[in-house]
Structures are given as structure tokens and as C-alpha cells.
Design a protein around this ligand. Sequence first.
Ligand code: UDX
Length: 477
Amino acid sequence: MEEKTLQPHVIIIPLPLQGPVNCMLKLAELLSLAGINVTFLNTDHVHRRLLRHTHIHSRFAPFPSFRFKTVSDVLPEDHPRTGNRFLDMFDAFVAVTNPLLRDMLTSSGPSSGPVTCVIAEGTFDFVLDTAKENGIPVIYFDTLSPCCIWIYLCLPKLIEAGEFPFKGNNLDTPIKSVPGMESFLRRRDLPDFCRSGDISGTQVQICLSETKQLPRAYGIILNTFQDLEETTLSHIRSLCPNVYSIGPIHNLHKAKLAEETTPSTLASSNSFLEEDRDCMTWLDAQPLRSVVYVSFGILSLTTRDDLMEFWHGLVNSGKKFLWVIRTNAVAGEDGDGQIPAELSEGKKELGFITRWAPQEEVLAHPAVGGFLTHSGWNSTLESIVAGVPMICWPSYVDQLVNSRFVSEVWKVGLDMKDTCDQVVIENMVNDLMEVRRDELLSSADEMAMLAKKSVSEGGSSFRDLNRLIQDIKFMNV
Ligand code: UDX
């Protein structure tokens, strides 16, 4: 029988959240640059935001075989899509995407040709069966931190050992059934949904299903680099041998684009919200490493009381701050979510409050000396690349694991999880910016250097991206 060579064509299916969409768009651009046809599946809601706040169309214009396909997430426009309400979106997205995927795998688009590979977020277990029915290989891109993914993969072991589910308030009890983490992992550092004590909860079930599907995929892409998570990666490889470790993807993306294009085309924000450029002008006027950057990402919710604890803690520390407070960041308050009057008054000499900032640029700014973060994986990697030490105040999923690694393993920051008290905040800010500054900066500099090395020619992430591209091209026969 005659073998037919097809043009490689990948469908990319991200979780419709800021962090994952950001990573997947960067991957889409890297694959497009390598001559691979890409179809990127977005929800209408996400797509409208990208159109409004980024140059997404002109960025992908040089790639005629790249296309966006959009689906409705079936939720009303004013649904918050934040905090735990994110699960509503997950269910809706899965319900509309599965039949669409089946359809896309059996018909070919006019310009891109038949699909030769699917790249999907690791939580989408349905993708594997649907793609396998049609003989199409699946590569999962798990955009969470690999240290958290390894905990997911160990959940069956934790259940068998009786370490999970657990009851009671003793969150400092050590967890011993996650190889490589025995010496520092506590109940408190497990993903937040592990605290419910209920194994039948939706998130635990998604997780358990993911642990079954990941090893069945052709491979998995992880947003990390060898020197950062060597032990974790070797454990993951024992269950899923074909791992492409291509992080920090934002940095690899930047390095690859710098090779290919002129600097003027490098603006590559994937922000869902309008970025405030005025905060950069404000930063320009601040002394070297004097500012604490504060941001809790796009999903996290804060109570008004917590917000005030942060305010007093920051003000009492005497350090200047650049603080991102989204319009919908305060739990239980909708509309335009006014910044409390106490925070607006007199803020100018103390700090700068904004709705959304160009975060990668902020972290790279010489005036920024520390990052008070929710420990989302993208934020963590962006801080590591910039060599900025962190204070971690995690809320969901991998953030609780990431913050433990930041403080205990990589030693590039302090973990403030489960407390929100102005005195603690003041002390931690002082530790970060003064008392422990040299020690934290020295580890942060070392890690930033290793991150840069990994995405440079010959580095581990650089090589893994090339291998991924070659493998995708090889699938076309
Ligand atoms: C979600 C989960 O909360 C997180 O645990 C998981 O690792 C990824 O998905 P998210 O809230 O999207 O995280 O946070 P994060 O992964 O840190 O991504 C936020 C992105 O928004 C970053 O790329 C950051 O640069 C960007 N951002 C944030 C801005 O551009 N401006 C801001 O003001 C704040």
C-alpha cells in the first residue's frame, strides 16, 4: 500500500484559563515557526478577551496554516469564572468540546489538512479515547507544576497507604508516600481539594482519572526545566517515559522568537485583561530593587478583610509596592469591585495600585525586589526567570505545592500559606527585602541563570522542544 505523507497538523486544546492559554499559545507559536499546521481551540469568552487586549491576530498572521477555532463555554458572559466557580466552566467546556473534537478528527479543514496529532491539557481525559478511536496520537501538555503532577500520579499510592483522604485539622502531619518529597511534604502542601476528606469530590475524581490517562498518551509536555525539577522529572518518567520538558516556556518562546524575528515583533502578551502601562512609568522612577510586586493571578479571590491585612502589612513594612487588584478580586463583590477607599487614599507615596499589569515586564524591571504571589505556576516560573525572590500566598491546586518548593526546595522565597495577618505580612516583607535578602537573592540568581541556560541553544528545554517538533513531524506518515 502506498504511504501518504501528510502535512503535520496539530489541534491544541487548552484549559480556558489565563495561565494554561498563555502556555499553549506560546507552544502554538513555536510549532507554527517550525512549519507545523496548528488549530487552536478557544472558548468564545477567552477569544474575545484576547482580541480585545492583545495583538493575537497580527502575531499569527505570518502563519497561513494557523487558525483559531472557537466554541461556546455555555456560561453567561457575566459568570465570574473565578475561584471554585471555575469547575462550572470545566464541565461546560468538556460537554461542547468532545463532539466537536470527534468531528474535527474525522474531517479536514480546507487549508490545514487532516489532524495528525492532538495536544491537550492533562485534565481533559476524554481527549485520549476520542483521539485513539480515530488513530490519532495525543500528547498531553500539563500546564500545572510537575511537582504537583507527580503528587497527582501518587494519589493512588497515598490512598493505599491511608495518607489520603485524611480527617482532622492536623495539617502539619508529614506525607510519606510521594517519592522524592518525603522530607518536606505535609498535608498542608497537598492540592487544596485534598483537605475536604472526601475522595468522591469532583476535583479528586478528575485527578484520579488524569493519573490513568497520562501514562497512556504518546507523551507529555511539561513547563519546567531539568535543573529545576530533576528528581520530580525522573519520577514522572518512571510512569510516563516520553516527557518533553520545555520550560520555562515563556522564556524559550522569547529566545526562539529573538532568533527569528525583529525586536519590534516581540510583544507577545496573551493577557485576558487590559494591561496598565502607567505602572511601568511609575516603576521607572523607583530605586533599584526597592518595590514589592503584589499579584494573586486571575482566578484567586480575596476577602475584604484579607485585603486590608495585606494593605496594613505592606504599609507598615515601609516598602513601596506595585499591587494588582483585579475588578472581580474581592469575594462576594461583583460589579466593578471598587478598591476600598482606605487603599486608594494616600496610596501614591506608598505604592501603586493597578487592575492588571504586564507581569513579565514588571518582574524584569530593576526596581522590583520581591514578588508577593499566589504561586500560580506561570507566575512562579516568571519570577524564577527574573531572579526575583517570592512570598507565597497560595489558594488553589498546585499553588500549595509550588509554594512549598519555593521555600523548602529551591529556597527562593518564603511560604505564607494559611495565614493572612498584617504582622506576619509586615515581617515577611521585611525578611524578603532586607533581613534575608542576600541569601534569597543568591539562590534566585543561580536559578535564573540555570533557567536561561535551559532555553539557550543546546540547553535541556531547547533540545526537548526540537525533539517534540521532530516527533510531531514524524507522525505525519
Ligand atoms: C491557574 C492556577 O491558579 C495555577 O495554580 C496554575 O498553575 C495555572 O492556572 P493563574 O491564576 O492563571 O493560574 O496564574 P498563573 O499560572 O500564575 O498565570 C497568571 C498569568 O497571568 C501569568 O502568566 C502572569 O504573567 C499573567 N499576569 C498576572 C499578568 O499578565 N498581569 C497581572 O497583573 C497578573
